[in-house]
Design a protein around this ligand. Structure first.
Ligand SMILES: Cc1cc2nc3c(=O)[nH]c(=O)nc-3n(C[C@H](O)[C@H](O)[C@H](O)COP(=O)(O)OP(=O)(O)OC[C@H]3O[C@@H](n4cnc5c(N)ncnc54)[C@H](O)[C@@H]3O)c2cc1C
Length: 425
């Protein structure tokens, strides 16, 4: 289907909702085209997740490049972008991470107006709980780093937390709650809407979004990338960007590269819809548990990795039990809620827990991966910085430390010791 078939791009507005409602909702046009792959593009992006789509959008919007294809093996939004627990925050500590996530949060704040798409970004505040004097000191340092970066942080004592979250079990014997670090601009967004918003924005600027098209090979000649092989035929390209999250090692191997990435499964859970009860995002790090409530009313929560390398987008029962126990420890009232669904996603775990946005040893081949379990909030800044790298061949200042060779040179960005441990698997 060509753009002519769908008519000119349609703006979403209250006026249009009323107009379409009055005419039986028959006038809505598809949100994006469904083009067949062309023989050649300036840029082919492998992976139609959040990061691939935002890269395509900013390549077109910020750099005027539009002869681009995003090649997705499944459907747009079917990967981790539609499977995460949607926490958006800028509470990082280390230089390198701080400015990147701060930039991302600013992009989130203008995203709906920029995309003309309701991604349901909700700055309801994030509270990270602490349970000892030592942890309080660490959160004070983190809060100061956030404020120095220009973001917001408020230290709450126990009574301060109780005012916001009276239903927590403050006296639990293992992890009594001492207080929390409130990040008022943190919150959540609707995950798949983010993919759809970027997809629509990229399509409107001329990017071809090609679904059900798996990349099966990367063509390299004389040290330069020349295109990709796909299940819908060969596509020539001047530049190719690998942005496939949990499949990064497999796709990079098609170009003969061995990445310092392990793929692990992370599970999430949602309960039946309840009346509004939790109006923040709450993170209980010591219990590996975090929770928020969706606009539909479901309690959305998750825990830690299943801790074995896997490409299966589903997890195992011991982690389900662990997450439920942590939930009961933190807020016993959750025992009344019925879990409706659980699912898993494949995490691209780097050894230091920080991402990679870099060129590779092959000319014209770029890499964006290593998002661990925190890549949803990074979607806007990752696309912004990756687009800059692909368009200009120089790293963006906010992503300059996300280098691939840091695992060789030792310039690690170990934010919290949450990366993969290759010696354990
Ligand atoms: C349960 C869970 C909870 C999470 N919670 C949070 C959170 O609260 N906050 C946060 O910031 N982050 C969170 N994350 C992490 C976040 O979702 C990911 O880091 C991020 O979505 C990964 O980037 P992406 O969106 O581009 O990935 P994806 O959506 O997985 O995109 C990669 C795409 O590449 C495609 N692909 C793979 N191989 C090929 C191929 N050969 N050819 C063509 N296409 C291919 C895949 O089909 C996929 O669509 C969570 C993740 C999970 C699973």
């Amino acid at each position: 289907m060509s753009q002519q078939d769908t008519g000119p791009p349609m703006r979403y507005s209250g006026f249009n909702v009323i107009r379409q409602g009055l005419s039986g909702n028959k006038g809505w046009t598809p949100a994006w085209r469904d083009p067949a792959p062309k023989a050649e593009y300036d840029v082919v992006i492998i992976g139609g997740g959040g990061h691939g789509l935002s890269t395509a959008y900013y390549l077109a919007k910020n750099h005027g490049l539009t002869n681009i294809a995003v090649v997705e093996k499944g459907y747009l939004g079917g990967g981790n972008i539609g499977r995460n627990t949607t926490i958006v925050r800028a509470n990082y500590f280390l230089p390198g991470n701080s400015e990147f996530y701060s930039h991302s949060l600013k992009l989130w704040e203008g995203l709906e107006a920029d995309l003309n798409y309701n991604v349901m970004h909700s700055q309801r505040g994030l509270i990270n709980l602490f349970h000892s004097d030592g942890q309080r000191d660490a959160f004070v340092r983190r809060g100061n780093a956030m404020i120095n970066q220009g973001d917001d942080a408020i230290l709450l004592d126990r009574e301060g937390v109780r005012k916001h979250l009276p239903y927590l079990d403050f006296e639990q014997t293992r992890f009594p709650i001492y207080g929390g670090l409130l990040h008022p601009r943190g919150g959540s967004a609707r995950h798949d809407a983010v993919a759809w918003g970027y997809a629509r924005g990229a399509d409107q600027r001329g990017v071809d979004l090609i679904q059900n098209c798996e990349v099966t090979g990367i063509d390299v000649s004389g040290g330069r990338v020349t295109g990709v092989q796909t299940t819908r035929g060969a596509i020539r390209a001047k530049k190719v960007a690998i942005i496939v999250a949990g499949r990064s090692s497999q796709v990079a191997a098609m170009a003969g590269m061995r990445l310092p990435i392990e793929s692990h499964v992370l599970q999430a859970f949602v309960t039946e819809g309840l009346k509004p009860v939790i109006d923040h995002v709450v993170s209980f790090g010591m219990g590996h548990f975090y929770i928020s409530q969706s606009d539909k009313g479901g309690l959305v929560f998750g825990g830690d990795l299943d801790f074995y390398a896997s490409y299966a987008a589903r997890g195992n029962l011991p982690m389900v039990e662990h997450v439920m126990e942590a939930g009961m420890t933190l807020m016993p009232m959750i025992g009344r809620a019925k879990v409706l669904r659980s699912w898993g996603g494949i995490m691209d775990m780097s050894p230091d827990g920080s991402p990679i946005i870099d060129k590779t040893g092959i000319e014209g081949l770029y890499l964006d991966c290593g998002w661990n379990y925190g890549g949803f909030k990074a979607v806007p800044a990752s696309g912004w910085c990756m687009a800059h790298l692909v368009a200009t061949d120089t790293p963006h200042e906010y992503a300059a430390r996300f280098r691939l060779d840091r695992f060789r040179t030792g310039h690690l960005l170990d934010e919290e010791g949450t990366g993969s441990q290759h010696n354990l698997h």
